[in-house]
Design a protein around this ligand. Structure first.
Ligand SMILES: Nc1ncnc2c1ncn2[C@@H]1O[C@H](COP(=O)(O)OP(=O)(O)O)[C@@H](O)[C@H]1O
Ligand SMILES: [Mg+2]
Length: 326
């Protein structure tokens, strides 16, 4: 299952991503955690110290390796140089599995030990101004999008992405790559306006969007969110002393998390797990092709000097039954 946490800066995306990752790890579920937020803070939120976080390999610096591996022997992709962030897999491409080991994880993932189990952490690396543009060839989140588009994940496997709700993810189609998108919103007009924007983009693509209210202080906050987002509001989370202690560098054991917050995380997991029934690999593949053609036309063809529409393998559908070609 692929899960995104999005929202305004400071709303609590990283905090809630990290809690959800800890929640999954605590029951021994296989998890890949990906930090694609502008402020790269997921490592520390998972308990890494400054030196450990600084030593994480940046996916953005390893794009050539990622592209070369994923392209495999796909005859439609003649070089890593013509592979852009939206280039879809086809016959001959190499796919990623959550539990396997492969050269992409070797280069980009690091194991983080949490209470109950370990997870793999991958980070895009710090963003520069160029990464925030719409037409960006070397985009850091492009590395994440390529991985998601080549990933075959099962119902009991989790990929959790801490992600910025920016124009880049709308242009590239990254916002359509998840089984569930949790929009973290504080009970403020700004928090809710990000929801509205997301909802607008999501509408045409069947994106399952659920709002998680954060820093909610009472009934008035809950009423505000309910009035603004209606039934999209899944649950609200209040101030957590557990989180505060963690931020002070004194992380309590995860089983000491407040009951209400544990309950909220359980609800998130229920929503994620039940989304599996609605998974549609054909639609997933169709959408990646749609965004690839759009990106090819708006900047990709020009940047690579090639017609990138030929990269689309018309007979290919990503899915759990696709066998690996190594
Ligand atoms: N429920 C919470 N309880 C306590 N502190 C929180 C909570 N949610 C967020 N915070 C704090 O608010 C700040 C911003 O949260 P963060 O997760 O980094 O936001 P974002 O990733 O959306 O920018 C952090 O210092 C974080 O510890
Ligand atoms: Mg963050």
């Amino acid at each position: 299952m692929k899960i995104a946490f999005v929202g305004k800066g400071g709303s609590g995306k990283t905090t809630l991503s990290s809690l959800f990752i800890r929640h999954l790890a605590a029951v021994g579920a296989p998890v890949i955690a990906i930090d694609a937020d502008i402020n790269q803070h997921l490592g520390p939120a998972l308990g890494l110290d400054e030196a450990e976080a600084a030593a994480l390999p940046a996916m953005g610096d390893r794009l050539p390796l990622i592209k070369d591996y994923l392209r495999g022997s796909n005859p439609r992709i003649t070089s890593a140089g013509t592979m852009i962030k939206t280039t879809p897999p086809g016959e001959g491409s190499r796919l990623l599995r959550v539990r396997e080991s492969n050269p992409v994880y070797d280069a980009c993932a690091r194991t983080v030990e949490l209470d109950g189990g370990a997870v793999r952490l991958m980070v895009t690396g710090p963003f520069t101004d160029a990464d925030l543009g719409v037409a960006c060839y070397h985009s850091k989140t492009g590395a994440v999008e390529l991985c998601l588009n080549h990933l075959v994940d099962g119902p009991d496997e989790y990929v959790v992405v801490d992600m910025t709700a920016g124009s880049d993810s709308f242009a590239s189609g990254m916002f359509t790559r998840f089984d569930v998108t949790f929009l973290v919103a504080e009970p403020t007009r700004k928090g809710v306006s990000v929801y509205r924007q997301y909802k607008d983009y999501a509408r045409d693509f069947g994106v399952e969007l659920r709002v998680v209210g954060n820093k909610v202080q009472g009934q008035d906050d809950r009423d505000f969110l309910r009035a603004e987002v209606g039934d999209d509001l899944l649950v609200t989370v209040g101030h957590s002393n557990w989180v505060r202690a963690m931020e002070k560098g004194r992380p309590p054991r995860f089983d000491a998390l407040e009951d209400t917050n544990r309950h909220a995380l359980g609800l998130l997991r229920t929503v994620v797990d039940s989304a599996y029934e609605r998974r549609d690999w054909e639609r997933y593949t169709r959408q990646m092709v749609h965004f690839h053609l759009k990106n090819a036309q708006s900047w990709g063809n020009e940047r690579t000097g090639a017609d990138l529409a030929v990269q689309v393998d018309p007979g290919f559908v990503l899915g759990e039954s696709v066998t690996a070609s190594v």
